[in-house]
Design a binder for this molecule. Structure first.
Ligand code: PEP
Length: 249
């Protein structure tokens, strides 16, 4: 089944008012009517700025890098799904490995965050992926299935509404990319897991993330179960990001 690919830029904790303006203007000028979905995910403090910079065009959507597992209340530093929605956020990255590693997010937290996002009409981009050690120990399939299964368990009835991002931890920000064959093998495992949960599994976009760049994107995106990319470093350089989008279109 053919579906539009999705290219999402995860800016992580990078940017400034001035740099964001330059980047977004270059993207808007460079992308007229792309034949794929494109999203940028700035740091939360810049959501309003980027929302304004994106106003009046439809080629690029707005995403957040996280969403609270709570609705409201005494959760200092959190931003709820409803708050993100106030700023036109359509996608939220959930369970990025950096948050699992540095903020102690567990599979259960991630599953609840997915539920909050879906309830607010935000599409969660659910990140799964193994560390280098887990890969070397032959545990890749076990780890990604465990991570996705927590999300399916809590959100099974609307699981076809999510986006999944397979991001091997050893490939994030390291310049080491999974080979197209390695990535496709894991994507096929995830697709099969989704198929066991829903007859709509072919609708679910499974992105690859981990040092995807202007040079390697086309080959990765040609794999049958790779439906787009979650891009970190290369999303901060307009020409590189535009080249990746062109490879997906
Ligand atoms: C990411 O942070 O999701 C990511 C894939 O980063 P990079 O492209 O820099 O590896």
């Amino acid at each position: 089944m053919s579906k539009k690919k999705l290219i999402a830029g995860n800016w992580k904790m990078n940017g400034s008012l001035a740099a964001n303006q330059t980047l977004v203007q270059a993207l808007v000028q460079g992308l007229r009517e792309p034949d794929c979905d494109v999203v940028v995910c700035p740091p939360a403090v810049y959501l309003q700025q980027v929302q304004q910079l994106l106003a009046g065009q439809t080629a690029i959507g707005l995403g957040a890098q996280d969403v609270s597992q709570h609705d409201n209340g005494a959760f200092t530093g959190d931003a709820s799904a409803a708050m993100l929605k106030d700023f036109g956020v359509r996608y939220a990255i959930v369970g990025h490995s950096e948050r699992r590693q540095h903020q102690g997010e567990t599979d259960v937290h991630v599953a609840i965050k997915v539920k909050r996002a879906l309830a607010a009409g935000i599409t969660p981009i659910v990140c799964v992926g193994e560390t280098l050690r887990e890969r070397e120990e032959g545990m890749t399939e076990f780890i990604v299935k465990r991570q996705l299964s927590a999300v399916i368990h809590l959100n099974g009835h609307c699981i076809s509404e999510i986006v999944v991002a397979y991001e091997p931890v050893w490939a994030i920000g390291t310049g080491k990319t999974a080979t197209p064959e390695q990535a496709q093998a894991v994507h096929a495992v995830l697709r099969a897991q989704l198929k066991a949960a829903t007859d709509q599994a072919d609708r679910v976009r499974i992105l690859y993330g981990g040092s995807m760049n202007a040079t390697n994107a086309a080959e990765l995106l040609r794999q049958p179960d790779i439906d787009g990319g979650l891009i970190g470093g290369a999303a901060l350089k307009a020409p590189d990001f535009l080249t990746i989008v062109a490879a997906a279109a």
